[in-house]
Design a protein around this ligand. Sequence first.
Ligand code: MRU
Length: 358
Amino acid sequence: MREQLLAAEKVKAIEWRDGALHLLDQRVLPFEEKWSSYHTAADVADAIRAMVVRGAPAIGIAAAFGLVLGARARLLEGGDWRAALEQDFTRLADSRPTAVNLFWALNRMRERLDKLKPEDDPLALLEIEAIGIYDSDREANLTMAQLGAELIRKQQGNPQNLLTHCNTGALATGGFGTALGVIRAAYLEGLVERVYADETRPWLQGSRLTAWELLNEGIPVSLNADSAAAHLMKTRGITWVIVGADRITANGDVANKIGTYQLAVNAMHHGVRFMVVAPSSTIDMELESGDDIPIEERDGCELLEVGGHRVAAEVDAVNPVFDVTPADLIDFLVTEKGVVERPDKAKLTQLMCRKRLH
Ligand code: MRU
């Protein structure tokens, strides 16, 4: 399966090349495949905030390379470069609040810095660390894809209809994707009849990005309005809802793209299995429950306008872009360290002590 997945890989969104970070601009997909280059930590932070790059693991990877760019500039400036680098840490950490992968990646970079010896080449070692973060995310996705597909295989009556939300694919990660990685692997195993992709208002990650990724690989996909999900569960024989995560707290609550919570409630009502796929870098054992997760609110214009044209009456909009699904609505959490059925604190504590599976 690993080889089949590698052979099917088509999309890439992040490249570290010639000492610069190159990002596929996700704001203009699927109509334009525009790459931009980033040479400073501040520009990478702005790209994360503006959602040139998005998706929890991808944000973490971009921030790690942003820190490398910051270190390069601070070293050139001379003086106390370590102290000056703190400004880059802060700027990158302030770019988006909800996905913990951003802070996890910056922490890893800080730990690497703290271990530097006087004779070390700091820039070379930071670059190795950032590349390690990128590569290990890709590897984690390959493992999770196989674990998740195995769960689908065990369910009676293949091929099956799956429903997903937001974009959790190659665009959102170091490669292959989390939830979309599972869907890809399941498709390669002949387990998928059709994927229903929620359009994911207001930023349209589903209609612009997920639909594009699946189409590129010839996986049968239908787009639906977010509000059609319950009706589709009732009428289209959907067996699984499969989503990613931006932060999972110690008790198993899951923050993910706004609309995930109502999917989980509806899935339980209709007897549809609910699977969350996320690397362990998304698990934040320092937060007890989902109530502690900072939920990003973005500009109301994302709701009030479409393509720069106003479509709403002259009202204010409230635009929280993530919500929290309570742990008791989750059937399976798939990570690179293994699968947790009905996640809770004891199971997550045990999981975090394990090594990754492959
Ligand atoms: O606002 P976004 O597009 O960054 O939100 C992305 C999501 O909510 C994804 O579902 C999540 O990051 C998992 S991606 C592997």
